[in-house]
Design a protein around this ligand. Sequence first.
Ligand code: ZN
Length: 382
Amino acid sequence: MPVNISPGAGHTKKSKPLPSDFETFESAKLARTRLICQLRKLDDPAATALADVLGACRKASRCGSGACPVCNRVFRIHLAGEVKRARPSAFDVLRISLIPASFRVESGGLADFDLRRWVSSRHRTIERALPPESLFAGGVDVSLNTLENNDPHWCFHIYGFVLLPLGWGVHNRSKVRRLRAELERRCPPVPKSDRIGAEKVLTVAAMDSDSFDDAVLYAHKGDFYRRSRYAYTRRKTGTRSTNVTPQTLPRSAKVELSLFLARFPLGSRLILIGFRRRGTLRNLNDAFRGTFVDGHVVATRGVMVLDPDDWKAVFQAVREFDGFTPEDDPHGEHDFGVVTFKGERYFWKIDYYDLDLRAASPDPTDPAFTVRVMTIMRADEY
Ligand SMILES: [Zn+2]
């Protein structure tokens, strides 16, 4: 049975204070104000539009932008609370850190990159590598990396936690090595020469499960850095060494990253395996049907032979439909309905596909892995 969680909705009970190094509300707000200023300074319509969205973010109506530091903080706290509520009471945990080889985008190239497709594909490979009884909560961190004299490039880094049943053997070295090898095979990491500093390109390590609830706050990072590696020779010993201090992002990179993150809903960097988002299916279906945005609408021949004014009226009736019955909508998912126009009955039906439109969505409650397709047809075409 999947465990239900619903990041981004409801609220979190604060049973204990946040870790002392977790960003405060004030610091997130300051980061948002600074970002708005930087965006406004540019003479760019997309930057101005994002500044407007961020500027309108209030407690009662959060902007929900993937680029908003305040919304990100709220989201992370909420996510950690929901994962805590949904996780087993006793479990063992492995920490995973992975820099996949398949992502490397030159600075300035993020505009063409489809984050959701990339995350969805990493989600699938990680899922296949993990033992079937495990849960995974993690996310993707972005940094701007510079290796010696090369041009900077964006690097995505996956960080997360595998929750395993007690007794699985997180301290059993050969078992952990096997899992690590499986991850390495399915989701190959960058070559060691491309890493920054001493960090490993792939780590799988046992972690104290008592610290899980705090640690999971960091699974979906909210602040982003530039990391540089440059070699230098130690004066005293003459040995070669590297400096890898994280630095703040240059302004142009920060703007590029913000515009990129704003293209995707909050939580698009999240990878949850075995946890399911609760109660959102109906909301997502209603939102899609009401706007026809974020999915495909297909009309059959029986609808398209109508006069344009008539098929537009049928479409409008589908948008406004509110007559759900227990017979047509037994699970309350709002994925099917019937409208009548000029005495003819028309059905509408929503199906859930993966991003390639080839197979069923692995999780229709998660927009990151789902393309909704609504078919509108005459009843006799069903
Ligand atoms: Zn916001």
